[in-house]
Design a binder for this molecule. Structure first.
Ligand code: ZN
Length: 242
């Protein structure tokens, strides 16, 4: 099976279209979304509708949950908060119903997917160090775990002796007795200094993972963000991928 893994779309319709058109060329069997379909970007309802149509599974992310009024906005910086408040006013009933019924985790073929971290799927922790990664590996037993949340793609490879290694070259071929924690990056707001939309392809037959990038019309999204009166920085950052 070939899976397309998308995460952190954040209401960026142009980025989502670009990724789906790449996915359509890659013989993908199933699309899985790791959450944060909304927040930051100007097209939350359109993105929810497309994810609903195209993804077999979609998890809930912290921005989705906050946009439903289920998370204290104190947890967000003022830019994110302003965007979430805008998104709350914007979301229609159908989008809210869809987001409300999303699960926190999902398992398939020796693989776990979760938006933020496998140790506390409802707590929205960031994995920013190898210590964090160690704690995450201890929290699941399957070979693979895919996450999003920080908008920075990486692969951490844990060998049978418990040693971790960050892998940055793709494809990553899975070795027996190794386990992997993989961040698929962000479709709608990449923060690894590459403005192209990020997504992942998992091939369970070949035991292989590849990070993919899809350039999109950033200027078009920026224009919409400004037209909606969302914070300017949310438009600016898309151009530099930060
Ligand atoms: Zn996010």
């Amino acid at each position: 099976m070939r899976y397309g893994l998308i995460s952190d779309i954040h209401g960026n319709l142009e980025a989502l279209y670009a990724v789906l058109s790449e996915i359509d060329k890659l013989q993908i069997d199933t699309i899985l979304c790791l959450g944060d379909v909304v927040g930051y970007g100007p097209n939350p309802n359109e993105c929810v509708q497309i994810v609903q149509e195209r993804a077999a599974v979609c998890l809930i992310g912290n921005h989705d949950e906050a946009s439903l009024g289920r998370v204290d906005l104190e947890f967000f910086n003022y830019l994110a908060r302003e965007a979430i408040e805008w998104t709350m006013r914007e979301l229609n009933e159908e989008s809210m119903a869809y987001l409300r019924s999303r699960p926190y985790t999902h398992e398939f073929e020796d693989t776990l997917i979760v938006h933020a971290s496998p140790d506390e799927p409802r707590r929205w922790n960031y994995i920013v160090s190898l210590e964090d990664a160690e704690q995450s590996f201890a929290a699941f037993e399957l070979q693979l775990c895919f996450i999003g949340h920080s908008h920075t793609p990486w692969v951490i490879d844990l060998n049978a002796e418990g040693r971790m290694q960050v892998r940055q070259e793709y494809p990553v071929t899975f070795l027996d007795k190794h386990r992997y924690l993989i961040n698929v990056g962000s479709v709608g707001q990449p923060r690894d200094r590459n403005p192209a939309a990020a997504f992942g392809v998992l091939d369970t037959q070949r035991k292989e993972y590849v990070l993919k990038r899809a350039p999109y019309d950033v200027a078009k999204t920026q224009k919409k963000i400004r037209a909606q009166g969302l914070p300017n920085f949310l438009a600016d950052r898309l151009a530099t991928g930060q």
